[in-house]
Design a protein around this ligand. Sequence first.
Ligand code: NAD
Length: 425
Amino acid sequence: MQDPDQPGAVRGAEIGGGEHRRITHRHPSLRSRHCPDALDTIPSSSAAPISARSRTGLAMRPVWTKADLVCSVLQHILQLEYRGVLHMGAPQIAIIGGGIRGRIFAETTHHHPSAELVAICEPNPARAAQLGGELGVPTFESIDALLDSGAELDAVVVATPDFAHEGPAVAALEAGVDLLVEKPLATTSEEAQRIIAAAERGGGRIVVGFENRWNPLFRTVREQLRESGNALVSQRALLQDTIHVPTEMLGWAALSSPAWFLMPHSLDMATWLSGAEPVEVYARGVRRVLPALGVDTWDRISASFAMSDGSILDLDSGWVQPLGKPSVFEFRFEIETTQEAFVLDIDASGARRTTSERTTTVGSPSHDHRGRPVGVAADMMRDFLDAVGGADLDLPGAAHGLLITRAIEAVHRSLETGAVQPITS
Ligand SMILES: NC(=O)c1ccc[n+]([C@@H]2O[C@H](COP(=O)([O-])OP(=O)(O)OC[C@H]3O[C@@H](n4cnc5c(N)ncnc54)[C@H](O)[C@@H]3O)[C@@H](O)[C@H]2O)c1
């Protein structure tokens, strides 16, 4: 296939039928947001090589039915839209936070065929200059500076540290734009509620970045659970990082915890797989290694949840695994129903590399051969962009984000009190 980022790619739809036609039909850059099924209506007989066409493509045909005419005009409009002659409004996107996640979201938008990356907001000047320079977009030190500049936006992605989601999220939503906010929605339920109230005032939509829903393994298991319909007995997830994450990767680990950083992933997945909600939790934790290194947070947290369907859920998350581990993270998920059991080793797929000192996971590449981000975060971002462009997609929303925030808050309350804590919804 041709490069869909190049104008010539449109010709794929014009040249003919068969498999080639089927593939290009699905490509987002060939579909009008306002007439998504336009290509469906084009009979293959009306498709002629572009070189055989007049400027309008109409004069070369000896006999024209009404359907031919409509289809040809639709094709023409699609070409014009793709070339930017008719600007039908590529969504204008800004990324807030130019760190690890912000870079993935910015690069994904940069490569998206029908969205436009218009700004990056990042207070670290060196990071801002690097990312903005690479992607050729203006940078601002904050979302307030961006909004003051009069920028026209359709959506904003908030990828700031866990504790710093509320400020930019509220500013974006009050400006009336859509929002993708990284998990957790916020680290207090009051902040999460203020974000939701801002969306109600401004009219924007909130999507919370529970990226594991884009993992095909989890999707397949969820489908099989739905098909079998067996009641759940238990779920258990081990999700932990090596000590690299809180001591080297994140500059703000002391203001978060393994529960805020990791458990939203596993808790969201447990609710998404089961359809059940957490109703109460008892948690235990250890603070030994990280505080001694000056990072004042929990090393490891173990939380046992009662779920609304009568099943139990045990989540274990930690930040002190030794650097010698083959991968920076370890993620194992187990599900038991009345009739079956599933085990998912999310970290264990792919290749491993062994030297005389150590075996490491080669891992999946973060970019494809043309530099486009790949993986669950990029897939999630593409769906968000498509939704901003008008696609009707089922994406994790604000009410669920608030539930997860309330549940992780209850984990911390239980750690502090040593007692079982209810999770109110
Ligand atoms: N790193 C991961 O593996 C991962 C995975 C999933 C989700 N997340 C979530 O994504 C979010 C970001 O994590 P990260 O790993 O990219 O962190 P990071 O530290 O790499 O990046 C955060 C960036 O936000 C900037 N920032 C801080 N306050 C800001 C503000 N008010 N406005 C604009 N920028 C601001 C920081 O300077 C930094 O560059 C967190 O909520 C995290 O839990 C991270």
